[in-house]
Design a protein. Structure first.
Length: 372
């Protein structure tokens, strides 16, 4: 049995897809690998602020230990029963916005195969739950986890060779036109959907033991991270990354240009914002819409692929965005003025001290000259 929970608020599409990627691999493991008495649970972003000597500023990327977890009980035909049962489970907590699928699987597999060792080494620590209360978490030390991550696992290497298509994942968003994404070896690849057989989107069939990996050369471009994926559903595609950089892909001539930098408002709105999945074309420009969950508003960015120019269209601001931009600009200007005044005062003090020292030295020199 497998359980997973997620409380992530950052990380973009790559984080979301990696979570689903792990779910897809779990489907395979549950049917072909796990024994009836083996159970695993993985939690993303559920805990923070750990209280133990292993942490760096209260943070732990991973905790790994055995504890009891309550699972829903299902019948043999997959129907959920109105019943629950507690099982001793290997539990992995992930507290990072950059999921490494291979590392997660390494830890879980090691835990499954070395239960007695993990239970002997694990200790109970305190951690702050996503809902702000404090929980007790069992885990082996960070040193033990780091050592586990250095161990190579050939079975996992083979497992990660599977191409998992976004369209075959348990949930996925709307169509992006003639390009889409598959994941392989913890990287993201753009491929042409017209070249793929429908059977590859049937995840359970695709993950059968007898299918090792498909041999279709479908990958056009690869990325280690994807923040957002948007398109005009015809020829143009924009791939943004979590650091604000983005690439422009043209399917017609299979070209990719970039990276370019998305301009920001330099306000609190930025951390709530992302590029909408669809964009429009206006002459030689691409109009990207930046939606924000801060107040459900949006604004536009104008990108000119020919010149690489990227700028914010301030005429697209609604009143609330105008007010926030103006307010935070005033606050920044005020802080800059205070800093400038402090630097000026420090400079004046320095000049005054230099002048005093000069006068003292001059007087000493004159006094010494008279004695001569």
């Amino acid at each position: 049995m497998i359980m997973g929970t997620s409380r992530h608020v950052k990380g973009g599409m790559s984080l979301y897809l990696r979570e689903l990627y792990l779910q897809a691999i779990f489907m395979y493991l549950e049917e072909n690998y796990l024994k009836p008495d083996q159970h695993l649970q993985i939690n993303f972003g559920l805990y923070s602020d750990y209280h133990c000597s292993d942490t760096i500023n209260g943070k732990l990327p991973y905790t790994l230990g055995y504890d009891y977890t309550v699972f829903d009980v299902y019948s043999s035909n997959g129907k959920r029963l109105n019943k629950q049962k507690a099982y001793k489970t290997i539990i992995l907590n992930v507290a990072t916005d950059s999921i490494n699928v291979k590392d997660c699987l390494k830890l879980l597999f090691y835990g499954l195969e070395h239960q007695k060792e993990i239970e002997h080494l694990q200790k109970t620590i305190s951690a702050k739950h996503f809902f702000r209360h404090t929980d007790s978490v069992v885990t082996v030390s960070k040193k033990t986890i780091d050592n586990i991550l250095t161990i190579d696992n050939p079975f996992l290497n083979q497992l990660l060779r599977y191409k998992i298509y976004r369209k075959s994942l348990p949930t996925y968003s709307e169509s992006y036109g003639k390009l889409d994404i598959y994941i392989q070896n913890d990287s993201f690849y753009l491929y042409e959907t017209e070249n793929i057989k429908p059977t590859y989107y049937n995840l359970k069939n695709y993950l059968r033991k007898d299918i090792k990996t498909d041999t279709l050369n479908t990958g056009l471009f690869s990325f280690s991270e994807i923040g957002d994926f948007s398109s005009d559903t015809t020829d143009n595609y924009i791939i943004t990354q979590n650091d604000g950089k983005f690439y422009h892909v043209r399917l017609l001539d299979r070209t990719i240009n970039g990276p370019y930098q998305l301009p920001s408002l330099s306000t609190r709105i930025d951390k709530y914002s992302s590029v909408n999945s669809l964009f429009t074309n206006r002459g030689d420009s691409i109009i990207l819409t930046i939606g924000t969950d801060y107040d459900r508003s949006s604004y536009s960015i104008i990108f000119k692929p020919i010149t690489g120019e990227v700028r914010i269209d301030s005429s697209s601001f609604c009143q609330s965005i105008k007010e926030i931009v103006h307010q935070e600009k005033q606050e920044r200007d005020k802080k800059q003025l205070i800093i400038k005044e402090a630097k000026t005062l420090k400079q004046h003090k320095c000049y005054a001290l230099i002048l005093v020292c000069f006068v003292v030295v001059l007087n000493l020199f004159l006094a010494f000259s008279k004695k001569l």
